[in-house]
Each structure stands twice: as structure tokens, then as C-alpha cells.
Design a protein around this ligand. Structure first.
Ligand SMILES: Nc1ncnc2c1ncn2[C@@H]1O[C@H](COP(=O)(O)OP(=O)(O)OP(=O)(O)O)[C@@H](O)[C@H]1O
Ligand SMILES: NC(=O)c1ccc[n+]([C@@H]2O[C@H](COP(=O)(O)O)[C@@H](O)[C@H]2O)c1
Length: 284
């Protein structure tokens, strides 16, 4: 297993009026023999879909059947507007849609707006922020006997995101070592990205990489949802009903491109390409 990298700075910049959400975080470990874990999914969520929410359920099943972890909570962390990805609606709308989705469809998912409402933050820093809030500020978890346990933060991602970790220039080595060496990840298989390709060159952290097969293939993507809306097609049952209503009420995604810097014809129903994404060169 890779050696844990040195601890980073614990200085974090919070957006104005920021409070870390923990109303659904369990801080009691049911099984004292297990390692408490919180899952964090980073992404655009423009808009959030049922697939984003299902990733957490898939991870929960996987964890119960294959690991000695116990999941105490899950977070969606929408990326900052400064990420400037094509189709990225304002953070305000994306955070609201994620909150509507999580509150309405789940009992254990929360939305953390920390990353969304400030300058772009690298994923390694986002995970450090969660570690700080959950372990340093909230004090981690306790067993039924009152014994303290540190909660492990782990990244939950689709295989397309993980495959970018093998692309030159997108992630720095030290960030990868921090994310995969110190925290670890659950990778949900995604149509169009082979797992071998996705985990190519990440072998040194293999003990911290858990691969989850999609037993029911579902290839909903935010790109397809945006395209459907622009074409006047229904997106009902691809995302939670209250999110569909919010999109309709606010007339979202009707414009040709949410990002003025990127022509809309770079998006296709087949999915967005990281290579076309100006935000994809993000090494520190
Ligand atoms: N259908 C899916 N299967 C597996 N993982 C998914 C799926 N859709 C999204 N994810 C994962 O969810 C996370 C957040 O994704 P993101 O917000 O980029 O959604 P997206 O649908 O890929 O968006 P876009 O189409 O705008 O690129 C990423 O880790 C991504 O890999
Ligand atoms: N170097 C990095 O930290 C790095 C590189 C690429 C993507 N990411 C993150 O991955 C997520 C990608 O989201 P999308 O799949 O919507 O592009 C975002 O949260 C982004 O911040 C981080």
C-alpha cells in the first residue's frame, strides 16, 4: 500500500455565512469492528440526476457485502463556478437542485456548498475540508461504548472521472497520492469507460481503490439531460420530480450554452469529452 502522504495545511477559506451540514451524519458506529466512512462525491451536478444519487446506494451495497467499512453519511459537493465546464449552471441553482434531490429522496445524503460558493478548490483540498469538519470540528464517531473513532473520508466517483487520473496534466501526482493514498475511493463503473483504462497507472494505490460494478446499466448523464431540455424533450423520471419542477419553474438549460466560452456543439448525446473541457487541466 502507498505510504500516507504528509498532512496538509488545515487552513480553509469558508464562503460567507457557511455552516457545515451534518444533520444526517451519524456519529455512532453500530459495529465497533468496522471502520466508519463518509462518502464524498465531487462533480458538476448540472443538473443532479438519479444516477448521481444511485452511486451512493451502489456504494452502500458494495460496502456491506465486501468490506469492513460502515457508512455514516454521504455528501454531494458541487464544484465552484470557476470550474467553467460547458453546461455548468450557477452554483446557486446547482446547490439548490442537489439539496432538493437529497432531502426528498434520501435519509442519509447531504449537500455541502463549501466548494460551490468560492474559488475553484482541488479535490484533494475538498477531501481535506471534509476530514477537518468531520474529524477535527465534529469529533468523528463513537462506538456504543463511547470509544472515539476517526471517520475515514472517501471519494465516490464514476469511472469516467477516475480515468482522467491517468491523463497527463489533469491531476498532480501529489494530489493523487493524497486522494488515493490517504483517503481512498469507490469507483462506480460507467458505460463507455473501461475499468482497466480508468485505473491504468493507479496500481500503486490499488488497496485503496474499490471498484463497483453497475449490475443494472444506466447511462443517464447531465449532458444528455441538458440536451433533452434544450430540444423540448421530457426528462421526467431521469431526475427527481422536484428537481424537474425547479428546472421548469426557473427556465433552466433552455439556452444553447451555459458557458459563454464553449460552443454548444462540443456537447453531444454521447457524452461530454474531458479533452474539450477547459477545466480539465487542473494540476496544482
Ligand atoms: N451514469 C453514471 N454512471 C456512473 N457514474 C456517474 C454517472 N453519471 C455521473 N457519474 C459520476 O458522478 C460524478 C459527478 O458527475 P458529473 O456531475 O460530472 O455528472 P455527469 O453526468 O458526468 O455530467 P456531464 O454530463 O455534465 O459531464 C462523477 O464522478 C461521475 O463520474
Ligand atoms: N486536480 C483536481 O483536483 C481535479 C482534476 C479534475 C477534476 N477534478 C474534480 O472532479 C470533478 C469533475 O467533475 P466533472 O465530471 O463534472 O467534470 C470536479 O469536482 C472537479 O473539481 C479535480
Amino acid at each position: 500500500m502507498a505510504a500516507a502522504p504528509a498532512t496538509r495545511s488545515r487552513e480553509f477559506t469558508n464562503p460567507p455565512n457557511y455552516d457545515f451540514p451534518f444533520h444526517r451524519l451519524s456519529q455512532t458506529l453500530r459495529d465497533p469492528n468496522k471502520t466508519p466512512v463518509v462518502l464524498v462525491a465531487c462533480g458538476s451536478f448540472s443538473p443532479v440526476t438519479y444516477l448521481h444519487l444511485r452511486m451512493f446506494e451502489m456504494a452502500k451495497d458494495y460496502v456491506r457485502q465486501n468490506t469492513d467499512f460502515e457508512i455514516l453519511g454521504g455528501y454531494l459537493s458541487p464544484v465552484s463556478d470557476m470550474y467553467k465546464k460547458p453546461g455548468l449552471l450557477s452554483a446557486q441553482h446547482r446547490v439548490t437542485m442537489c439539496t432538493l434531490a437529497a432531502e426528498d429522496t434520501s435519509t442519509w445524503l447531504m449537500v455541502d456548498p463549501w466548494e460551490a460558493f468560492q474559488d475553484y478548490q482541488r479535490t484533494a483540498v475538498v477531501l481535506d475540508h471534509f476530514d477537518h469538519q468531520i474529524n477535527d470540528v465534529l469529533g468523528g464517531a463513537r462506538t456504543a461504548d463511547g470509544e472515539h473513532r476517526k471517520i475515514r473520508i472517501m471519494l465516490l466517483a464514476g469511472s469516467d472521472l477516475i480515468s482522467t487520473m491517468s491523463e497527463p496534466g489533469v491531476w498532480s501526482y501529489s494530489d493523487l497520492d493524497h486522494i488515493l493514498g490517504r483517503y481512498g475511493t469507490f469507483i462506480v463503473e460507467r458505460a463507455g469507460t473501461g475499468m482497466d483504462q480508468a485505473t491504468e497507472s493507479l496500481a500503486r494505490w490499488r488497496n485503496n481503490i474499490h471498484i463497483i460494478s453497475q449490475l443494472i446499466q444506466n447511462d443517464v448523464s447531465s449532458t444528455k439531460v441538458r440536451l433533452f431540455i434544450r430540444r423540448g424533450l421530457s426528462v421526467r423520471y431521469l431526475l427527481p420530480a422536484n428537481v424537474v419542477e425547479y428546472i421548469e419553474q426557473n427556465g433552466l438549460y433552455l439556452e444553447d450554452a451555459a458557458s459563454p466560452s464553449t460552443p454548444v456543439d462540443k456537447e453531444s448525446v454521447a457524452g461530454s469529452s474531458k479533452k474539450d473541457n477547459p477545466a480539465s487541466t487542473l494540476c496544482s
